[in-house]
Design a protein around this ligand. Structure first.
Ligand SMILES: Nc1nc2c(ncn2[C@@H]2O[C@H](COP(=O)(O)OP(=O)(O)OP(=O)(O)O)[C@@H](O)[C@H]2O)c(=O)[nH]1
Ligand SMILES: [Mg+2]
Length: 298
């Protein structure tokens, strides 16, 4: 399946809702009178594209005076987000260390596994670190993913110091000469200062073991939580210096436009999007393909 088809399938809920609503608006008012344009704006906002993006699309539709809303929306999104795929940062010398962070249940562990799968498909060796030593069964969960992806997992005991474990995991990645080390961490609310401090400590301890690491700090946000994801991203970024976002669970929502709002409002690139629960459901974010899939006919 090509990337467009994957995006298309994963974003089906959002796409179908947008397409049906837009069709209804145009059928009722082919010349798009002011009421219809207001309705169009509300429809775009309801898909979580953000007020700014929605206003911009509606302004262009008004100017153009054509009912080809889908094409205009695609163009505007592409223009806003650019066309390039955002690649994962690679260390000048292996291992590349990737730290995954986020609030509880956003999809960190699953995304860690999917990312391992993605990197292995490209011929890399990958080591996983189970630095969620807090939640019951978190270590076993990552070990199962390790088996499924044929990746070794560095793990400790529950209650162990996650910063010390991350330090050791970097050491293991160095001595085993793997290409990538992916560090799964415990879910934490961005408003809980002590937990954010713990995360900062983990970051520092990774850097202490290997200068320049972590090369990527990926924040995993749940795409179904709408604008909450934006607030989380701001807080985590301030504390940790987030280098990229993973927006998960876009297959489970009709509000997939949130990716556009996030990419537009934060100066942090969306690197991957999660479109399902299987290993190959994490896709590099390609704004052009995304826009085409979101505003497709039918
Ligand atoms: N539909 C769908 N489900 C997803 C996606 N990503 C993760 N999930 C599901 O979301 C649930 C939580 O995923 P986890 O990876 O355990 O989340 P987590 O952030 O590690 O959770 P904690 O470690 O408890 O904070 C699981 O049931 C996953 O299968 C996705 O892209 N689409
Ligand atoms: Mg987890």
């Amino acid at each position: 399946m090509n990337l467009f088809q994957k995006f298309r399938d994963g974003l089906r809920k959002t796409q179908q809702k947008l397409s049906a609503e837009i069709k209804r608006i145009i059928t009722r008012s082919p010349k798009l009178d002011p009421d219809a344009l207001d309705e169009l704006e509300a429809t775009l906002i309801a898909a979580d594209l953000g007020v700014g993006m929605a206003t911009q699309i509606v302004a262009r539709v008004r100017e153009a005076g054509t009912p080809d809303v889908l094409a205009i929306a695609r163009q505007e999104i592409e223009r806003e987000l650019g066309v390039a795929t955002r690649e994962l940062i690679k260390a000048p010398r292996p291992p590349t260390v990737v730290l995954l962070a986020g609030v509880n249940g956003t999809g960190k562990t699953t995304s860690t596994a999917k990312l391992a799968h993605y990197l292995k498909e490209q011929g890399n060796t990958v080591l996983l670190a189970a630095c969620d030593t807090f939640r019951a069964a978190a270590i076993e969960q990552l070990k199962i993913w390790g088996q499924r992806t044929s990746c070794e997992v560095v793990a400790g005991q529950y209650g162990a110091d996650s910063a010390a474990l991350a330090f050791d995991a970097v050491g293991a990645a160095l001595s085993r000469q793997v290409d990538y080390l992916l560090i799964d961490t415990a879910g934490r609310l961005h408003t809980k200062m002590n937990l954010m401090e713990e995360m900062k400590k983990m970051r520092r301890s990774v850097e202490k073991r290997l200068a320049g690491a972590p090369h990527e700090v990926l924040l995993v946000v749940d795409g179904t939580t709408g604008t909450n994801a934006l607030n989380q991203a701001r807080e985590f970024h301030q504390a940790l210096g987030v280098t990229g976002l993973v927006v998960s669970k876009l297959d489970g929502t009709a509000k997939g436009g949130i990716v556009v709002a996030i990419a537009r409002e934060l100066k942090i690139p969306v690197k991957f999007i999660g479109l399902g629960e299987q290993l190959d459901d994490l896709q590099p974010f390609d704004p052009q393909q995304f826009a085409a899939a979101l505003f497709a006919e039918g």
